[in-house]
Design a protein around this ligand. Sequence first.
Ligand code: NDP
Length: 297
Amino acid sequence: MKILLLGKNGQVGWELQRSLAPLGEVIALDRQAIDGLCGDLSNLSALRATIRQVKPDIVVNAAAYTAVDKAESDTELADLVNAKASEVMAQEAVALNAWLVHYSTDYVFSGQGITPWKESDVTAPVNHYGASKLAGEQAIIDSGCKHLIFRTSWVYGARGNNFAKTMLRLARERETLNVIADQIGAPTGADLIADITALAITKIQGRPELSGLYHLAASGEVSWHGYATHVIEFAKAQGEHFAVTALNPIETSAYPTAARRPLNSRLNPQKLCENFSLHLPDWQSGVTRMLREVLNK
Ligand code: NDP
């Protein structure tokens, strides 16, 4: 099996390099051109030519324009990378009879209510990033290619920056931290997403009926404030020392950003669990593992 992985150095892409390796030959690209291949999603003709040259059995696209606030003003590039490039990948997947594995977000939803979103729920993005990701999903579905689109939420990886690391740093520097308490979701590890992707790929061979949209998030739910509290309490229990004495819950409205954020980021992963016979661990187990790596404990 030949797999073309795009976005190899993002949080999810990095973990996919590991999880896809045992499945076959993996050609992994980032936005730099290498050996005549181009993984830059803003260069549509080069992207198309690269897929035609590689002729993969599966394209796994972990690349995306993920700067949520910047996307409000940088709309053209966000649309190019998140929507138009997805369309090109989907067209080429149809031509090759290949599968396209792609990632999307709970930000395609309005964020209203408290019920975890199902795949069949009505979409209504509240920011441009969400709209561009929704357009990407739609282009893939409309193309008729065999696809797995995993909508996920609150992704973290041990590598690079993440919310938990930022909280640990700020808790060492400041006595008071204000953290949003009315956005609810499930922190989901890039390693979990990559492992489930690899597992799903082993199950789709010869089973086009598994093609579709799936919600993929760790079990349970928490606010950013609850997440921050968990991170700092865990680190304290491991002997870390902090300046922080107060972790204040605040509302989203008290922390204005260029892009609006949905309050309800809960995703219902029942369809994924049933179709692929999966169990999703609770969010705390993945976060604890990441913290142990970050704190070297
Ligand atoms: P990251 O931001 O960590 O990685 C995205 C990758 O895409 C980076 O390596 C980036 O490269 C690359 N990229 C950006 N623009 C281009 C381009 N024009 N051409 C090629 N590569 C490009 O994202 P995640 O790993 O966290 O996200 C993976 C998927 O999950 C995405 O589809 C995202 O929309 C989705 N998702 C993410 C969430 C999150 O909380 N992070 C939540 C929900 C869904 P560079 O570093 O050079 O810019």
